[in-house]
Design a protein. Sequence first.
Lengths: 400, 300
Amino acid sequence: MKTIAKLTLVLLIAFAPMGCDQGGKGAPAEGGASSANAEATTIKIGEYASLTGPTATFGQSSHKGLQLAIDEINAAGGVLGKQIELITEDDQSKPEEARTAVLKLIRQDDVVAVLGEMASSRSLAAAPEAQRAKVPMISPGSTNPQVTKVGDYIFRVCFIDPFQGGTMARFAVEDLKATNAAVLVDVKNDYSVGLAEFFVKKFQDLGGTILAQESYTEGDTDFRAQLTKIRELKPEVMFIPGYYTEVGLIAQQARELGIDVPLLGGDAWDSPVTLEIGKDAVNNSYFSNHYSADDPDPTVQDFIQKFEQTYGETAGADGSKKKPDAMAVLGYDAGKLIADAIKRAGSAEPTAIRDAIAATKGFPGVTGSITINAERNAEKPIVILKIEDQQIKFVKRIEP
Amino acid sequence: MDVFFQQLVNGLAWGSIYALIALGYTMVYGILKLINFAHGEIYMLGAMTGYYAARALGFDDGPSMIGLLTVLTISMVVCAAVGMLIERVAYRPLRNAPRLAPLITAIGVSLFLQYGGQIVFGPDPKVPPELLAKSTLFTVGSVPVNNVQVVVLVVSLALCAGLTWIVHRTRMGRAMRAVSYDRQAAALMGINTDKTIAFTFAVGSALAAAAGILVGLYNPKVEPLMGLMPGLKAFVAAVLGGIGNIPGAMLGGVILGVAETLVSGYLSSTYRDAIAFVILIVILLVRPTGLLGSTAKEKV
């Protein structure tokens, strides 16, 4: 008798927390308010981002941009007469967590749309869930082409890797006059693998030779073995399509070993941490990106001002003021686009929103004009940035 | 040949780090027949302590030898204390329990430290301040050897030498050897086994902390989960050299570091982590007592 009582007590205590609100960050879910309920006073939009973990700056930046957009829209009266409620989940830079976060947003929080993720691996993990639940998902910055192929509810507001890889290859051949290159790929990372593939293909199509393709894994800290191998082959440029933490270390170790050639990279280089870790080592490198803080276009400068006013100027590692990075701008554009789509749809029904997103033509984003094409991607211009004297400088813009 | 030498230098640097961590494993095993899986996390704590200490003491605005030595000392002291605390709380109560219990506890402590570390320090990787200005000291052929690699090597050698001196030339060292040979007999001879064991943990942890600081210099990125892989590899290094055998741990560490780099450089970088475990399997099949270990004949 006593044992059964004890056992019941233990089980009750163990399972009691499940009844409590298991919140992520952001407003707790209002139980029972479904998106079809006309009585709902807010329109709920879900966001999943890497607020912590090895790619924390991606999520933190895109969240800031998105929050800014939502705040602006709400201040102007919201959409369809209702305020937008942004529910944010942290996926800790892990694909499994991204999937869990999206499931929670869809099932528990009843969001009508999901925004995320910056990293292609995490978008790929979560997209099937959004597709299955028929909730539209807009990725602000995943560039791997596979993401939107998951289904017709998955969109993105940025360019894709065939364009990015091809552009960097062309830049290397035409502007840097390189005839050969070495590539260092993060094999655990869909974005890195895909981008490297497209770079290699275009580079070879343009007549260049790929001297070596070495690999590493996200999380590695020592790349000297691969870099020593690469050094022996004397490439004229090195393409490193990885995430910023590893890129910083790789650049450092490459310079240490005497590799002085220009380093090339993709949009995942865009983070204040790249300069923090890389310091002088990342000088003489170029990377492709979605926007440049030096762009004199008034839309861009307006945004930078607004962002700095709201968040204070992000102080860089050397105490200098740094402008918002591409992730912040993309988050902002994605936020503005989703609100515009809801307005055009005239309703907060996920399917109607989805159709409105698909019909987007010439939407004025800070990163450029956004038109969603048949593959649910946006054809956007690329900017190439150079790192010189530990500063990021604009080099050129390439239209799609 | 130059490439080989370069890879050798790279491998020696990492090998020294593995050796420092492996020493902790091997000493604790020798004395308690316990594989302290939490040891990798002590290494992580050493690196983290170094990061916070450097920032708190204001060494983060430039290279400073004094800064490096101070941070090294602080880190070693803190981790020695943590090591002793873990021993006192997690392992001593299980001193006479069947061998499996402290083993599982060790894994538990390891996980606790990893995830606790994520909560306390945040899971984002941090960049330790540059306490040593990097410069190429000399070149052999076309291979640049930079000062950080030399520092890593020299500090490791110094610490290993220090440990050997402690073990063979001091009373406490003699006590450690006695306890590892036969704990009960040592107790009968008047040796305070509790104190000896605590001392062993302290020294092992201090060495792991030093390894953490050196890694912060060499590859400036620290995060709460950084102890997992090096901890496992150092364990393999200890087994390779003969678990319980101190020179064996040093040898194992160096061999592992060099093997890893050579495989990564000459075969394929994707096999870098795999080689450690291949070595583990091979050594357990071919010579389970390790390269320098010896089978103790049990006299009935």
